[in-house]
Write a protein that binds this ligand. Sequence first.
Ligand code: AKB
Length: 325
Amino acid sequence: MILITGASGQIGVDLADELVARHGPDTVLVTDLRMPEKLRPNRVYDVLDVTYMESVEKIIQQHSIHTIYHLAGILSATGERYPELAWNVNVNGVRNVLEAARRFECRVFWPSSIAVFGPTTPKVSTPQSTVTEPGTMYGVTKVTGELLCKFHTTHHDLDVRSVRFPGIISHAAPPGGGTTDWAVDMFFQAVRHRHYTCFVTENTRLPMMYMPDAVKSVLDLMEADGDRITIRTSYNLTAFSFTAGELAAAIQTHIPDFSVDYQPDFRQDIADSWPESIDDHHARDEWDWQPEYDLDAMVQDMLHHVRIRIEKEAAEAAIDSDLND
Ligand code: AKB
């Protein structure tokens, strides 16, 4: 069976759908700290706190797990507020998963982030191998995690694969506590209120990717021939880069009365310390990484799905209020 940790998070929800579609409903064990409020049919759920080694081992043993998508983690903005929590979940969590995977001979996918880079890293077309001196605790945990992945591959012959995700844009599950969340929030506020107050400046440029491409990248990497995988820390990966102002302009082509004002908060410093664009040629050369969505295609598809989601939520709220009357 396949185990997903942190499966209620932004990537987990979409990845679980794709894994179930490819392998069938009884092949994927969906876990998180708590059970989701709405359970999907044909899905196997369990509760897992990855900071407890015994729990990780027990679940792997009980369900005969062979592959782990270890997505449980604290994102950058929350990590700055709660650095000890970030260390515990991100570092002890990945360590537990890697140790357990070694004992039970599982393959592992683990997401790293552009947050491994910091103010001393080249900002434009950031290379695969360069300075990794992050300014955030989140970045520190991701650098540590990458090194742990490499250690387990070289010392224990574990098959661990990883990518450094840029900001990910999605409509199914909201991101939580990230610095790139503005790129998702902007869509929902544009559809709901025609206005968004953005927490980074208009000219803040960051590398980004649409969720269908993020899921594709994970599965492409996991399905790639092991002989082609030369990077066992984590692969640089990107689809496109844009500024907050450029995203607003792209949304305005569909919603002309949409407006944005800019009120940067503490997340501006984090965004300023990250690359503007990423050189991901290793991923493209070694396992044929190729994103499908550019900025315009992503904006069009996002707006379509965000509208459907908001209409569905409104209809559900109306039914709930009728039932309560
Ligand atoms: C965040 O903003 O913390 C994440 C990331 C880039 O790792 N989206």
